[in-house]
Design a protein around this ligand. Structure first.
Ligand SMILES: [Zn+2]
Length: 458
């Protein structure tokens, strides 16, 4: 036995046993893997053209956040979700804010700088919720991967509203009743809760933990900043990051391992709307519930399984909302939605098992389809089938979730997880064997324009 065995990102029990134990982990890469392969996304293209001073101020904010990230690695997080030295970061946020031309943007950044300095209060949250921002600046002890560190790590980001995609979001959400009716059609007791605001954006700046690997495609504020139960919530979705991940990871995996009669091509016009709607529908899927739904018992029995199954439910109800409800109304082929969804299942599964609850959840979904016969795993490890049959499999899984997880039947929910989850590779073993020797794929943000700005004295 070698003293330091090669990390195996598919070794579910070992990885799960180490979940949350990475406080002093300093590598830019996580989870530990033998090798990594990177695509690149240059953020310069999305950066608002607000001059050298703006780019210098962003570089200053990056320096302040990265210094705090180092401090946290040395001495830990001082009080829950606060910085060791908040003043430097608050001042750096103000330094960027003064370059923003929009009054609402400046005010929002000023409020967030105050929150960095003194913490959030209801007045700040209420005023922030009412501001319509074009450019959003966030700095905080922001949530990172659940299996890595549950208390968040110093992160700052900047993004700008994507008007075209925001219009898609509005169009999709225009008729909530049709979604509620579709859920009732799946199970008479299913209902839909209130969805927080959803902002489709282009990311132009990332520093600290959020700049490490792998990348997040969305943040959920203020919850990801450690403020639970705020009545004012908004999801910030980075469409350009998601697109880069689809190009770098999902599409190549789909070309190699998927045969459902539709080629997933993120650059094709017919797929243009699907990723944004896919993430939006996943968010909506989190709010599908029954009157009796309560995760407390399952959380106590097995917190990891509970988080995995909640992600599964969001995926399953989400993709059904997208393919069955929105696609027909918005002129999108449901088969394209299924191709996108399965490509994403491959991307998440490829990240490994026992590290990310949502990856374990997508593994569970693929495993369910293969067991059910909705997909066949061929001899060369290709997932083959018909989009309509996969949708039938999704409706079946939706009903199972409604009768177990959402019915607050913790025993049967745990059984579902044990039977189809990653504890046994089961029918997907040949796929895992093919993925195992491949490098972990991620996306690096190019932010060279900030370096230039920081070192040029003009
Ligand atoms: Zn989710």
């Amino acid at each position: 036995m070698p003293e330091h065995p090669m990390p195996d990102r598919f070794d579910y029990p070992s990885n799960l046993a180490r979940a949350g134990s990475y406080r002093t982990h300093r590598s830019a890469f996580w989870p530990p893997a033998a090798s990594y392969a990177l695509g690149c996304l240059d953020l310069a293209a999305a950066t608002p053209d607000l001059g050298d001073g703006f780019r210098r101020a962003l570089a200053g904010l990056r320096g302040a956040v990265e210094a705090e990230w180092q401090r946290v690695k040395e001495i830990g997080i001082p009080a829950r979700r606060r910085f060791n030295e908040p003043m430097a970061i608050a001042e750096a946020v103000r330094g960027v804010a003064k370059h923003l031309p929009g009054e609402a943007d400046r005010r929002a950044a000023e409020l967030r700088a105050n929150a960095v300095q003194d913490g959030y209060d209801d007045d700040i949250l209420r005023e922030l919720a009412a501001l319509e921002e074009e450019v959003t600046l966030v700095a905080g002890q922001v949530s990172t991967w659940y299996g890595k560190e549950v208390r968040g790590l110093p992160t700052a980001f900047g993004c700008r509203t994507d008007d075209t995609r925001q219009a898609l979001v509005a169009e999709a959400l225009a008729d909530r009743d049709e979604v509620a009716a579709h859920l009732r059609g799946l199970h008479a007791d299913l209902r839909l809760g209130d969805l927080p605001a959803f902002g489709a954006a282009e990311l132009f700046f990332m520093a600290g933990e959020g700049n490490l690997h792998p990348k997040h495609i969305a943040y959920f504020l203020p919850e990801d900043e450690g403020v639970k139960y705020s009545p004012f919530k908004k999801t910030y979705y980075f469409a350009n990051t998601h697109r880069a991940l689809l190009e770098t990871v999902s599409a190549p995996l789909a070309r190699r391992f998927l045969d459902v009669g539709v080629d997933f091509d993120p650059a094709a016009a017919r797929f243009a709307a699907i990723p944004t709607l896919g993430v939006l529908s996943h968010e909506l899927g989190h709010f599908a519930h029954r009157r009796a739904t309560d995760y407390k018992a399952l959380n106590t029995a097995d917190r990891w399984a509970s988080v995995v199954l909640q992600e599964v439910a969001a995926d399953v109800f989400g993709i059904l909302i997208l393919a069955d409800v929105w696609a027909p109304r918005m002129g999108i082929d449901p088969a394209d939605c299924v191709a996108y969804y399965l490509a994403e299942c491959l991307r998440y599964t490829d990240r490994g098992l026992g590290h990310f609850p949502d990856s374990d959840g997508m593994f569970l979904q693929l495993s369910y389809f293969v067991r059910l016969g909705a997909l066949e795993l061929t001899e060369d490890a290709t997932l083959a089938g018909e989009p309509q049959v996969v949708l039938a499999g999704l409706r079946s899984l939706a009903r199972v979730l409604a009768d177990t997880l959402l019915a607050t039947d913790a025993d049967r929910a745990a059984q579902l997880y044990a039977e189809y989850g990653p504890a046994t590779a089961g029918p997907l073993a040949p796929l895992v064997e093919r993925l195992r020797p491949e490098p972990f794929r991620s996306v690096e943000y190019g932010q060279e324009h900030l370096h230039t700005a920081a070192t040029t004295d003009r």
